[in-house]
Design a protein around this ligand. Structure first.
Ligand SMILES: Cc1ncc(C[n+]2csc(CCOP(=O)(O)OP(=O)(O)O)c2C)c(N)n1
Ligand SMILES: [Mg+2]
Length: 649
């Protein structure tokens, strides 16, 4: 059958070229996505650079056929849409998120899955993307729109509402959700989806659920639907009156502190942030997503703030009279569960592209792109009439606090007097070994806290911590996505043994695509993180070690498991080095760097740390009544620690 259905009646007189094309919904979607571009600062790139997928009856003949046709027999003028096969749907969303993050949200990937479990496996990835404000296009397949065969394999039946499917689980975790019940609905929906993906204030997971019959259904599409479209990613400028209000607060500051978040990174505001710090002398602390926005070597940089922050940043936060949040969501880790900022009269100025975030903590709202907002602030504060600099004694104090912290934390990097290295020793070595534009990835376990306190990032690219969802299992597939986005960077995923066991499968994809990443697995036979949390909260590390069931106690406190992680990874076909000292880790890392293919280093580390020192606090409630003395003691301590918690009104 011909693809073209001839001129529509609306075609200009004498025009001979057809104005519609007959394609399935799957084919139309792929062709449309391949024609979408973004532009910012004059640079234009594909918005959807490729598609990850796992096929099943929901998408094999719809989107799957369309991807095949695109790969082997593209229509004239149809751009290519590379297909990547994944092993687990959650993982492929993680890889797409890491790709988009590495591209500062200007490019992303699509993810197609079959109906039912294939699709719901992506819900976690969607939540992560939405919470972290990273664009990703999710294409779950859905039940038959025609309903002739209900219930199809894997269909949820709701006797009260026949339009409810498992994909409704995507609604709360998507910034945009639609289900394409009829082919022609794709046109407005796809356009709306692209707008949300490329809007810095709204972006996150964008979900188009595609019923399996509709994916394969043919329709006559206007050719204009497939023309190249450029989505201009905005840099909104601050409203002059809002700028004046923000300036007034900043000018009044005696002990100001900037908190730089992910927004400063995604808007590529590093130079603007550095210029602001140079012009004003205001110290700059960072969040997990914002680390590296200002180089750790810059004299104004004071490092990580909050629950896992360092003592210098946290002391400055406690004393600050004005906090300038730049692109931060102020999560509980950043605010140390609302105990970080202790000045009774502390005021906030929040520069954020999203009004929702700018309004937090009763701030003076500066709704703008991080870069343009910082440039406007710097220009105004540098003007002759209203010039502002933080008091010299405040700048000096920041420097002294940083120097004291460096001294206090230095033992973290030194060899400890224990059989196995502390992971902080490994991080110190890695921080030295990695280049400025190499990428370190982590998300969950005890590592994010140590890294937030200790890692010195000199570029915003280097520090890739997923700490909005802190999702175990992100790291490994994320290394694949980040390396696809930054092929010239060394990409290192730091993976706890618990995290490894959640999602090792994507090593197969890394091998199939021959993507050179370095996987660093920290084997401590359990959860150092939750173990320490459990102990400090009176729960005695219950259920946080990986141990055999002990017949005598009935608990999981028997011998270590015989599982061999190195052998497990080796079975995927990549080289593995296993080390038990920091020196051996250094040599192993150099060999991994020299390799042309993905390799893994399994590092045996001490489950008990030690962890970096710190004054940060995190609110995790303790049982108020208990028969256990450990819990009773923790409960009393908790009440004391919670006392400074407050709203910022
Ligand atoms: C998917 C998921 N499940 C559970 C958690 C809660 N959690 C946070 S850290 C952690 C243990 C991590 O273990 P491991 O990867 O070995 O790191 P370690 O704590 O030993 O540093 C758990 C269960 C989580 N963050 N993500
Ligand atoms: Mg562990």
């Amino acid at each position: 059958m011909s693809e073209h259905s001839g001129s529509a009646s609306g075609a200009p007189a004498g025009a001979s070229a057809p104005s519609t094309i007959r394609l399935t919904v799957g084919q139309a979607l792929v062709r449309f996505l391949a024609a979408q571009y973004t532009e910012r600062d004059g640079e234009r790139q594909r918005l959807i650079a490729g598609t990850f997928g796992i096929f099943g009856h929901g998408n094999v003949a719809g989107v799957g056929q369309a991807l095949l046709q695109n790969a082997v027999d593209p229509a004239e003028g149809e751009a290519e849409m590379p297909y990547y096969q994944a092993r687990n749907e959650q993982n492929m969303v993680h890889a797409a998120v890491a790709y988009a993050r590495t591209k500062n949200r200007l490019q992303t990937l699509a993810c197609t899955a079959s109906i039912g479990p294939g699709s719901t496996n992506m819900v976690t990835g969607a939540a992560l993307a939405t919470i972290d404000r990273i664009p990703v296009l999710i294409l779950p397949s859905d039940v038959f729109a025609g309903r002739a065969v209900d219930p199809v394999l894997q269909q949820l039946e709701d006797e009260r509402a026949m339009d409810v499917t498992v994909n409704d689980a995507f609604r709360p975790v998507s910034r945009f959700f639609d289900r394409i019940w009829r082919p022609e609905q794709l046109i407005p929906s796809a356009l709306a989806a692209m707008r949300v993906l490329t809007d810095p204030a709204e972006t996150g997971a964008v979900t188009l659920a595609l019923p399996q019959d509709v994916q394969a259904e043919a329709h006559d599409w206007p050719l204009e639907f497939f023309r190249e479209r450029t989505w201009h990613v905005g840099r909104p400028v601050p409203e002059p009156a809002a700028l004046d209000r923000a300036l007034e607060v900043i000018r009044s500051a005696r002990r100001p502190l900037v908190v730089a978040g992910g927004g400063a990174v995604y808007s590529e505001a590093s130079a603007a942030l550095t210029a602001f710090a140079d012009a004003t002398g205001i110290p700059v602390a960072d969040t997990q997503a914002g680390k590296g926005a200002i180089s750790a070597d810059h004299p104004a940089s004071v490092g990580g703030v909050g629950a896992t922050g360092n003592d210098a940043a946290n002391t400055l936060a406690a004393e600050a009279d004005v906090v300038i949040g730049v692109g931060t969501r102020y999560t509980d880790f950043t605010t140390a569960s609302h105990t970080a900022f202790r000045d009774p009269d502390v005021r906030f100025v929040n520069l954020n592209v999203k009004a929702f975030d700018a309004a937090k903590h009763s701030a003076e709202m500066l709704v703008a792109d991080a870069r343009t907002g910082l440039e406007a602030l710097t220009a105004a504060l540098a003007e002759d009439t209203g010039a502002y600099r933080a008091p010299q004694e405040h700048q000096d104090r920041a420097r002294e606090l940083v120097a004291a912290w460096e001294e206090r934390s230095a033992p973290c990097f030194a060899q400890h007097d224990q059989e196995l290295p502390a992971q902080t020793e490994i991080f110190g070595a890695l921080n030295e070994l990695m280049g400025e534009d190499d990428i370190v990835i982590n998300a969950a376990g005890s590592m994010p806290g140590d890294l937030q306190a200790l890692w010195r990032a000199r570029t915003p690219l280097q520090y890739h911590l997923e700490y909005g969802y802190s999702c175990m299992g992100y790291e490994l597939p994320a290394s694949l996505g980040a390396k696809m986005a930054a092929p010239d960077s060394e990409v290192v995923a730091i993976i706890g043994d618990g995290t490894f066991q959640m999602a090792p499968q994507e090593i197969a994809t890394i091998v199939a695509e021959d993507v050179k990443v370095i996987l660093v697995i920290l084997q401590n036979h359990g959860w150092s993180s939750i173990g320490a949390l459990s102990e400090s909260h009176g729960s005695q590390r219950f259920g946080t070690k990986y141990r055999m069931r002990n017949e005598k106690t009935g608990l999981l406190d028997g011998g270590k498991l015989p599982m061999d992680i190195a052998a497990n990874i080796r079975s995927y076909g990549i080289e593995v080095q296993e080390v038990s000292s920091t020196d051996d880790f250094r040599s192993a890392y150099r060999r991994a760097e020299d390799s042309e293919h993905a390799t893994a280093i399994v590092v045996n580390t001490d489950l008990y740390g030690p962890n970096p020192p710190g004054i940060g606090w995190w609110d995790v409630p303790v049982s108020q009544v208990s028969r256990l003395a450990s819990t009773q003691e923790a409960s009393a301590r908790y009440e004391e620690e919670k006392a400074p918690q407050r709203h910022y009104l």
